[in-house]
Design a protein around this ligand. Structure first.
Ligand code: SF4
Length: 168
């Protein structure tokens, strides 16, 4: 990790989940799993964050929030979808209000499957994100801003899902 020029700051947002992956993500920051050994610092401010950890699926209510947090993060930035709900909608996929995984809202760099995702897998995802972050930083340094912007640009807003008619 000696190539890292600064400590990577993470921000965590829980979308529409059962809180299982949420709890495992927070466990990564405890002394037992100790993600801080990689220099990781947890922040509540997107303007200070380099890596966006998202648990849970997206729905009509949280999709704009996820997009806003992402938009407020400075370049370069990386996104890690944690748990199968964040990867694809998971067990909530068929729910009337679920739009799918996090990539329906923002570009995702690393997918960490699992239900719940294990802390070891989450830390592995964060370490992969560190490498991606460094490559993006290098792209910025060498002036490939357009390439980075097209990769990190927001996908179009999905059509708002409509509530299924209640069966009588
Ligand atoms: S992947 Fe499983 S544990 Fe994680 S939020 Fe979804 S249902 Fe809960």
């Amino acid at each position: 990790m000696s190539y890292m020029k600064k400590s990577p700051w993470i921000i965590h947002y829980d979308g529409s989940s059962c809180n299982g992956c949420d709890i495992e993500t927070l466990a990564c920051l405890t002394p037992l799993y100790d993600a801080e050994r990689f220099g990781v610092i947890n922040t509540g401010n997107p303007k200070h964050a380099d890596i966006f950890l998202v648990t849970g699926a997206v729905n009509a209510q949280n999709l704009p929030v996820v997009r806003q947090i992402y938009s407020q993060m400075p370049e370069p930035k990386a996104v890690v979808a944690i748990g199968i709900c964040a990867c694809s909608g998971g067990v909530f996929r068929e729910c009337y209000n679920i739009m799918g995984g996090v990539d329906k809202a923002i570009p995702v760099d690393v997918y960490v499957p699992g239900c719940a995702a294990r802390p070891e897998a989450i830390i592995d995802g964060i370490v992969q994100a560190l490498d991606i972050l460094e490559k993006k930083r290098e792209a910025l340094r060498s002036g490939k801003v357009e390439e980075l912007e097209s990769k990190d640009s927001l996908p179009p807003m999905p059509e708002k899902t409509k509530r299924k008619e209640a069966t009588p």
